[in-house]
Design a protein around this ligand. Structure first.
Ligand SMILES: Cc1cc2nc3c(=O)[nH]c(=O)nc-3n(C[C@H](O)[C@H](O)[C@H](O)COP(=O)(O)O)c2cc1C
Length: 200
């Protein structure tokens, strides 16, 4: 049985919603055990509350050591100036011990992201995230073009061969679209299928 962790950070809930769809896709592969967790918020609670951070997120908080317990980890992060959020970076920077012991080598790693705008850096966020996964020896999986929705030119939509994405709009008012959630489900299923082949 392959064990898949969906590990995310989300300030306003867009990536939280995408994480749910990724997990749904992974669960659709028979014999897959799927866990959703998030990384700790770093903003002090009073600052977070003033900033409108979505504090009521059901996913439990992960600890870095537990990454060793999974066969595949699908990471989700909002874009921050074209890179991953500091909360996710901080969490990953606590995985030096795992790196030293080679604990993540050969595990499947995959990334999904969210940005305010279409060209605001969601692809660079995913690709720069991959660097860390490669240092950990992970086998990177993206969102293949067999997910036809990423060829959709009839509407504004996220989704790239590097991973599923959503667009939140500058004020955060846009929610993940049906096509973007389909991409997230596809990525979850795809990762779970590969994890089953490698580790099942
Ligand atoms: C400090 C900061 C930097 C950001 N940088 C970018 C950026 O470079 N490009 C972009 O399109 N959106 C940027 N955003 C918007 C976030 O990516 C957006 O709020 C996020 O994708 C929403 O996802 P969430 O609800 O899961 O947090 C930034 C937001 C903050 C707070």
């Amino acid at each position: 049985m392959a064990k898949v962790l969906v590990l995310y950070y989300s300030t306003y809930g867009h990536i939280e919603t995408m994480a749910g769809a990724v997990a749904e896709g992974a669960r659709s592969v028979p014999g897959t055990e799927v866990t959703i967790k998030r990384v700790p918020e770093l903003m002090p609670p009073d600052v977070a509350a003033k900033a409108g951070v979505k504090l009521d997120q059901a996913a439990p908080v992960a600890n870095p050591a537990e990454l060793a317990d999974y066969d595949a980890i699908i990471f989700g992060t909002p874009t921050r100036f074209g890179n991953m959020a500091a909360q996710m970076r901080n969490f990953l920077d606590q995985t030096g011990g795992l790196w030293a012991q080679g604990k993540l080598i050969g595990k499947v790693g995959s990334v999904f992201a969210s940005s305010a705008t279409q060209h605001g850096g969601q692809e660079s966020t995913i690709l720069s995230f991959h660097t860390t996964l490669l240092h950990q020896g992970m086998v990177i999986v993206g969102l293949p073009y067999s997910f036809a929705g990423q060829m959709n030119m009839d509407e504004i939509t996220g989704g790239s061969p590097y991973g599923a994405t959503t667009l939140a709009k500058g004020d955060g008012s846009r929610q993940p679209s049906a096509n973007e959630l389909d991409g997230a489900r596809f990525q979850g299923r795809h990762v779970a299928e590969i994890a089953a082949k490698l580790h099942g």
